[in-house]
Design a protein around this ligand. Structure first.
Ligand code: CTP
Ligand code: MG
Length: 212
């Protein structure tokens, strides 16, 4: 990572994997657990990493991650992010938030979002074009040329993100919360291979991406 302002990453891995069927963050992907891949990449590019895991797993995961802070998550993703942010040191200038469920995020995506924040943006998110035709449930096709699918890692000025979460709001998307607080968030190029493991067949797709 570029030198200068310190950058920490919060990896949220405290979900229950309802759609996947089990705690997908612990599923094996080409020999390494999904969460291990996400944390390893975060550690490569960050000055420090906070891993947020289900409360019962804090002991076991702390033992695995000597170099990372491990804290307990909450009942929603937003609650888990908030717990992670509480463990980020006050002198961190930039904070990335990453879903453990995106184990194929590579250092380049981190560099792109962090570069925007170092260049003055309040926040930056990786996006990819929407390839499916999108239809409203009440009828009518949406013009997909105006739409982008949002990925993680997302990067923010630390004080902006901490303030957005301090208000106690609940959001599925960190950038949405920061925008609601009145800050502009810029989009950078994400990557098609940076898929989110949601259903079991996504794990098979990730194995294919890893092999290509
Ligand atoms: N997450 C979290 N704490 C929660 C819920 C989600 O840390 N209470 C994390 C997940 O572990 C995941 C990321 O947020 O890395 C994105 O959430 P999602 O893909 O929805 O994962 P799950 O909530 O585990 O899956 P599901 O919604 O199918 O239960
Ligand atoms: Mg979920």
């Amino acid at each position: 990572m570029e030198t200068g302002l310190s950058m920490w990453t919060v990896v949220v891995a405290a979900g229950s994997g309802t759609r996947f069927g089990t705690a997908k963050q612990y599923a094996a992907l080409a020999g390494h657990r999904v969460v291990d891949r996400s944390v390893s990449t975060a550690a490569l590019v960050s000055d420090g990493v906070v891993v947020v895991v289900p409360p019962l797993d804090v002991g076991a995961e702390s033992a695995r991650w000597g170099a990372a802070e491990v804290v307990a998550g909450g009942p929603s993703r937003a609650a888990s992010v908030r717990n992670g942010l509480a463990a980020v040191p006050g002198d961190a200038a930039i904070i990335c938030v990453h879903d453990a469920a995106r184990p194929l995020a590579d250092p380049d995506i981190y560099r792109r979002v962090v570069h925007e924040v170092r260049s003055g943006a309040a926040g930056a998110v990786p996006v990819v074009p929407v390839t499916d035709t999108i239809r409203r449930v009440d009828g009518g096709v949406v013009d997909r040329s105006t739409l982008r699918a949002v990925q993680t890692p997302q990067a923010f000025r630390a004080e902006v993100l901490q303030a957005a979460y301090a208000d106690g709001a609940d959001a599925t998307d960190d950038a949405g919360l920061v925008e609601a607080a009145g800050h502009a968030v810029v989009a950078v190029e994400g990557h098609r291979r940076n898929i989110k493991i949601t259903h079991p067949d996504d794990l098979a797709a990730a194995e294919v991406w890893l092999a290509t």
